[in-house]
Design a protein around this ligand. Structure first.
Ligand code: NAD
Length: 301
């Protein structure tokens, strides 16, 4: 530990040492949501907006970015008191500014207003994480049209709106990071998930297109493609998948979800947040337009 501190003190400004020390403390307490690459990642002075960060992967990414010193705009649905408690906890744990915006990701006007408000307060959204997402599992003949519309709106079209509103300020600052929470389902399909797979393949295309448009401005645009992560989104689809396939819920976990992943392990939120942290760093400046699987080997099949 002493050697690590001497290394950090010689190589980083004092503020950075303090933040890394704070993040290290959180890991020791068991927060388990941050990975530090010898101080290479430091987000102090940056503002990160993470859509759908009241739960699951988005929440893990927001906490990881706060631990690295970024100010945070949380977004997502949920109980107002729980969200306020989360906002206050992240702010006090990491000594950063944390705001919450309840914009509905299926409503273009609310998305535009959210990005504008963040820009007015912080100057820009430096790091945009398009994470909000929903799922519905059913054979296509029975797939409710309103579920299709909602999944395309929240999992794909919302990212079009956040990106088009956030990009001008990133371009002015000549620095930006856009990280889209895509999926292994951006690369391969599974039955009964027509809307989700279509939206996630679309998000992959959006990622590559905007990466090309933004590359000359110091802005990177990438997609993280997780396999199965045990979050409320996955827990909720287990009963529907059991019904659609006529098998038990236990069989869904072993024969459907983890069958796809050669590691036979769920991906963890911390693993996804660690990759997001790296992509947000200056070290990742040459990674853009990439679809990065974190899927226990699923898409190697
Ligand atoms: P989750 O259900 O835990 O979280 C989803 C978040 O999106 C919540 O904060 C929710 O409030 C928010 N949200 C939903 N509808 C919204 C709306 N209309 N407006 C604003 N916010 C809204 O799910 P998760 O598993 O953490 O998923 C996060 C992202 O990761 C999604 O895009 C999902 O597709 C993707 N993903 C998840 C997995 C997995 O196995 N869990 C795998 C690959 C990709």
């Amino acid at each position: 530990m002493q050697a690590l501190l001497i290394f950090l003190r010689r190589n980083l400004p004092v503020l950075h040492v303090a933040s890394i020390w704070q993040a290290y403390g959180k890991i020791r307490q068991g927060t388990d949501s941050v990975v530090i690459y010898c101080g290479a990642i430091m987000l102090k002075g940056k503002t990160a907006l993470v859509t759908g960060s009241t739960s699951g992967i988005g929440r893990g990414i927001a906490e990881a970015f706060a631990a690295l010193g970024a100010n945070i705009v949380l977004n997502g649905l949920g109980n107002a008191a729980d969200i306020e408690a989360l906002r206050a906890k992240i702010a006090s744990d990491y000594n950063v500014i944390v705001r919450y915006d309840g914009a509905d990701m299926s409503r273009a006007a609310e998305i535009g207003a959210m990005i504008k408000k963040a820009g007015d307060e912080f100057g820009a959204v430096d790091i945009l994480v398009n994470n909000a997402g929903i799922q519905h599992v059913a054979p296509i003949e029975e797939f409710p049209a309103e579920k299709w519309d909602a999944i395309i709106a929240i999992n794909l079209t919302a990212s079009f709106h956040t990106i088009r509103h956030a990009l001008p300020a990133m371009k002015r600052r000549k620095w930006g990071r856009i990280i889209n929470l895509a999926s292994a389902h951006s690369l391969v399909a599974s039955p009964f998930k027509s809307a989700y797979v279509a939206a996630k393949h679309g998000l992959a295309g959006l990622t590559k297109t905007v990466a090309l448009e933004a590359a000359a401005f110091g802005i990177t645009v990438n997609a993280i493609c997780p396999g199965y992560v045990l979050t409320p989104l996955v827990e909720r689809q287990i009963p529907d998948t059991a019904r659609a396939r006529g098998i038990s819920e236990a069989q869904v976990v072993s024969d459907v979800l983890l069958a796809a992943q050669p590691t036979k392990q769920f991906v963890t939120i911390a693993q996804v947040a660690a990759l997001a942290s790296y992509l947000a760093s200056d070290s990742a400046a040459s990674i853009t337009g990439a679809l990065l699987p974190v899927d226990g080997g699923w898409t190697a099949h």
